[in-house]
Design a binder for this molecule. Structure first.
Ligand code: 5AD
Ligand code: SF4
Length: 486
């Protein structure tokens, strides 16, 4: 069997795209391999959000130069955002690449591979402009449907579902709108059909994906309507969605989270900065006061909801005072966690055109570390508050520390799963608990993880009558000892 090596960097969209690529190529007879050394196809699914992600790919391509001389039949492909953005640069820096394929053209890969093999010439498939890509995207939604490959998912019980593609917000630092094309929502009928299919394959948790997922609208159908529709899918227990844009956090969506038990009380809503001048330069279209009010509204309508955020430090013009305002927001907002990034100028964005990248790298690094330290302290507080709670955990599998180690004497290993609020929980259990929904009593916490003991191995099915918020204080009496759950 011919072999495919595929390396993926970047966001959940890329993870899903990679699943689709593998699904397509398996049907062509390819099998996955762990190393590029024995691969017939070497593909990189790339990200352009930060320079660092691009540098990694160019280094990997550089290492393959000799490989291609020794194995001229190996086909090397650059897929995704970097392909879309930099075809000329890729040709120049890595002339041994055989295929350059954008995110909207991945369905064409089988043909591109065949033509590259037969002709020995570079094959390029990219969107021409934002108008053209709108039609391609529509087609690609359809063509991807039957190509999903469960073996590429982290586990059998969780799957991503694309409900939108592209972005129309044009934040000044962000390359996504130019490489992923215009915002386009997928037909609810198609989404519902895909979710039914996934449920039939044993998927219990779906995560709906969109760059600004809460801007979803198809005809008169908004995200809240879509959630209500998907909620009826038998077999699906949890519905999550990422990533949200603060301005589009409407009350109907919050009521849907409150009223639909399968919709998890968790929101990722990037703030990016706590300073109005910087938010304005970023063209985020809201003020920090608006963002604070939005947080309060989320928490008022959905008590107990967990919220996480993204921040960029060292954006053009960010003074110490601006940075301090971001620190204040992180201290006050009690985010479950935040992803913090050093600003990386992206040629092709308005930010790169308009402003000087005037915060020195050393300062960016220091601010990154300082903000991370504040967030970690806040996460620890949030986690400690959960000690003594009984939470519902969807078990994902053995935790990373366990993998490759032998189990404890009684066959138990350290297992990991997530609560409905997206908190990571680690507990001792049998590996066959993977995929089950369990109750766990939390008895310890760090900034990143909750630790606990399984209360019962009985499967919890989520029905319309269940409480929307799973977390209740645990009575101290009815724990069962661990070996029973194995
Ligand atoms: N530099 C640094 N971080 C960025 N992000 C987007 N563009 C940039 C950039 N040019 C961050 C934002 C976004 C996350 C996915 O990546 O915080 O929410
Ligand atoms: Fe980028 Fe802003 Fe769109 Fe998010 S909303 S993808 S940060 S342009």
């Amino acid at each position: 069997m011919p072999k495919l090596y595929l390396e993926t960097v970047g966001c959940q969209m890329n993870v899903l795209d990679s699943e689709l690529v593998v699904g397509t190529l398996r049907r062509q007879g390819y099998e996955l391999t762990e190393t590029p050394d024995d691969a017939d196809l070497i593909f990189f699914n790339t990200c352009s959000v930060r320079q660092h992600a691009e540098d990694k790919i160019y280094s990997a391509l550089g290492r393959l130069r000799h490989h291609k001389i020794k194995h001229p039949d190996t086909i090397i492909g650059v897929l995704g955002c970097m392909a879309q953005k930099d075809q000329e640069l890729i040709k120049k820096r890595a002339p041994h690449v055989d295929i350059i394929c954008g995110t909207g053209q991945l369905a064409q890969l089988p043909t591109l591979i065949q033509t590259a093999r037969e002709s020995g010439e570079l094959q390029v498939a990219l969107s021409l402009d934002r108008t053209e890509s709108r039609h391609e995207v529509e087609r690609s939604f359809e063509s991807y449907d039957p190509m999903r490959d469960p073996s590429m998912r982290p586990n059998r019980f969780q799957a991503y579902v694309r409900i939108m593609i592209g972005c129309d917000k044009f934040c000044t630092y962000c390359i996504v709108p130019s490489v992923r094309g215009p915002e386009q929502s997928r037909h609810p009928e198609q989404i519902a059909a895909e979710v039914r299919q996934l449920a039939g394959e044993g998927v219990k948790e779906i995560t709906l994906l969109g760059q600004t997922v809460n801007s979803y609208h198809h005809g008169s159908s908004r995200l809240s309507d879509l959630l209500a529709r998907l909620h009826d899918t038998a077999g699906i227990e949890r519905i999550k969605f990422i990533t949200n844009f603060p301005k589009d956090m409407t009350d109907d969506l919050l009521y849907a989270i409150r009223d639909l038990p399968k919709v998890c009380p968790y929101l990722h809503v990037p703030a990016q900065s706590g300073c109005n001048d910087i938010l304005k330069r970023m063209k985020r279209m809201y003020t920090v006061e608006f963002y604070r009010d939005m947080l309060a509204r989320c928490r008022e309508i959905v008590p107990g909801i967990a919220i996480s955020s993204d921040f960029i430090v060292g954006f053009c013009g960010e003074s110490e005072a601006s940075f301090e305002m971001t620190c204040d927001l992180v201290r006050e907002a009690t985010f479950k966690n935040s992803f913090i990034f050093k600003y990386s100028p992206r040629p092709g964005t308005r930010g790169h055109e308009l402003y000087d990248d005037d915060v020195p790298e050393e300062v960016k690094k220091r601010r990154n570390n300082d903000l991370l330290a504040i967030q970690n302290a806040m996460s620890l507080q949030d986690h400690r508050r959960r000690i003594g709670l009984r939470v519902e955990v969807l078990v994902e599998g053995p935790s990373k520390v366990t993998l490759g180690r032998s189990p404890l004497a009684n066959g138990l290993v350290q297992m990991t799963g997530r609560t409905r609020t997206d908190h990571i929980v680690v507990f001792d259990g049998h590996p066959r608990l993977a995929g089950q929904t369990l109750l766990v009593d939390i008895d310890d916490a760090t900034s990143f993880t909750l630790y606990g003991n399984v209360v019962t191995s009985e499967h919890i099915s989520v029905s319309a009558e269940s409480e929307p918020c799973c977390e209740v204080p645990a009575p101290k009496t009815d724990r069962v000892s661990l070996p029973l759950i194995g």
